[in-house]
Write a protein that binds this ligand. Structure first.
Ligand SMILES: Cc1cc2nc3c(=O)[nH]c(=O)nc-3n(C[C@H](O)[C@H](O)[C@H](O)COP(=O)(O)O)c2cc1C
Length: 416
């Protein structure tokens, strides 16, 4: 609880800002995305997506840009990295972890991925299917590597029964792990329904290691709600909420809704595409930029800082400074922008929910579509003097949205 909260913010008095990080997200939380969050406003820690190590790999090595923050970019980025491994056997996990532990103190075990291609091979959330086997797995890796070097990220079980979770937690309570992160859904739930923060609260009471909660934090309101539902937790991680509102970590630190101008929004999105392009085509350049301290000063919502960041990145990608409307990106980069946009539009005023940007076939048209909404928002009174307030609207959220909205509409329809 904050001492001497500012009188002007009534909600602030109840707020408790605990360690908050970016969740591991396969296909999303890679080096480029982590650097982008550094420019937005970095949380204290961020997670890699899982690195899959299989049984037959003798000397497994991750890609050189899986976790460069651990050695080459150490001290050049403003956050701590949590590297994660997925494996179906303790031996495979340890082989991968030994590589990572040469450069950092802890490594995270993935016991949560629900994908059938993963669970079919006995990895991810399928580690939770048998309590005795799960305990053996944890015992074996703790014995080989030392429990203090391992953190665990798990779901609340494999099947539907909440008692499974209680038994799983009990079975590992004796191991002094570095951290336990619980995503409050079972494997069967995947991303549907609501995360069970009562179970996360229970884990925090029963397990004598720092417990972090995960699931359904969208904004400052849900952050406060979840933290108050599980008062014993040591921290939280945020995944999809940080894509719905990429300035969420900034919002939490300020204690108030963040407004972004269209210029900031467009330049920030362009920077995302540029960073992804560099990671793909010239990753060494990202390290060079990190060397120069490029990622140590966040741009937050400042137009001029974003403009400058975009000019520098554009120069490194295209050999000259291009405006957002002049840039064109490879298909796979543009797809990641569309992915991000399908989350982000749910935190912007209603006109942005229109299907036009997602239908555009190149980045330049995409940006022009956003620009055209500006006037519409202005006329409808959505735009305040400081830009658009980022406020999550569940009616405009159709990506991994959990329980479907009862007013079943498709993504091409703007709800009332
Ligand atoms: C696209 C996507 C990829 C994910 N990849 C991983 C992963 O690699 N490792 C992991 O432990 N969890 C992964 N998760 C789960 C998240 O870390 C998080 O626990 C979950 O999404 C619930 O939190 P949220 O509601 O804040 O998104 C992924 C989730 C999403 C949506």
């Amino acid at each position: 609880m904050m001492k001497n909260p500012p009188q002007s913010r009534s909600l602030y008095a109840q707020e408790k800002l605990i360690p908050t990080g970016l969740a591991p997200m396969e296909g999303v939380s890679d080096f480029a995305t982590r650097l982008w969050f550094s420019l937005l406003f970095p949380p204290p820690f961020m997670s890699t997506p899982f690195w899959r190590v299989t049984g037959h790999q003798q000397n497994p090595l991750p890609s050189p840009f899986f976790a460069p923050e651990l050695n080459r970019a150490k001290d050049l980025v403003p956050y701590r990295l949590v590297p994660q491994i997925m494996a179906e056997s303790p031996e495979a996990f340890c082989r991968g972890a030994e590589t990572i532990l040469k450069e950092t103190a802890t490594v995270d075990l993935n016991a949560g991925c629900p994908s059938p291609t993963v669970t079919g091979k006995g990895a991810g959330s399928s580690l939770l299917a048998q309590k005795a086997e799960f305990k053996k797995f944890i015992h074996s890796i703790c014995h080989s590597l030392g429990a203090q070097h391992i953190s665990l990220k798990m779901r609340t079980g494999y099947g539907k029964d909440p008692d499974d979770f209680l038994a799983l937690i009990e079975s590992i309570a004796e191991y002094p792990l570095a951290r336990l992160t619980v995503h409050g859904r079972t494997r069967v739930q995947r991303y549907t329904g609501k995360a069970s923060w009562d179970l996360i609260a229970h884990a925090a009471e029963k397990v004598p290691v720092p417990v972090y909660g995960s699931g359904d934090i969208m904004d400052r309101r849900t952050y406060n709600l979840k933290v108050s539902e599980a008062p014993g937790i040591a921290g939280v991680i945020i995944g999809r909420g940080a894509l719905r509102n990429p300035w969420l970590f900034y919002e939490l630190s300020k204690g108030e809704v963040v407004n972004v101008s269209l210029t900031t929004l467009i330049h920030a999105l362009t920077c995302y595409a540029l960073l992804r392009t560099l990671l793909w085509q010239n990753p060494e350049k990202l390290l060079e930029l990190a060397d120069q301290g490029f990622f140590l000063n966040p741009c937050t919502i400042e137009e001029e800082k974003w403009r400058q960041a975009q000019a520098v990145l554009s120069y490194h990608v295209f050999g000259k400074e291009l405006k957002p409307t002049e840039t064109l990106f490879e298909k796979k980069i543009f797809s990641s922008i569309k992915m991000l946009w399908s989350y982000l539009r749910s935190s912007l005023p209603l006109p942005f929910y229109a299907p036009t940007p997602l239908r555009s076939t190149n980045f330049s048209d995409f940006i022009s579509a956003l620009a055209s909404f500006d006037r519409e928002c202005y006329d409808a009174g959505h735009q305040l003097s400081g830009g658009y307030p980022l406020i999550y609207n569940p009616n405009c959220d159709w990506v991994y949205a959990g329980e479907r909205n009862p007013n079943n509409h498709d993504a091409t329809t703007i709800p009332n």
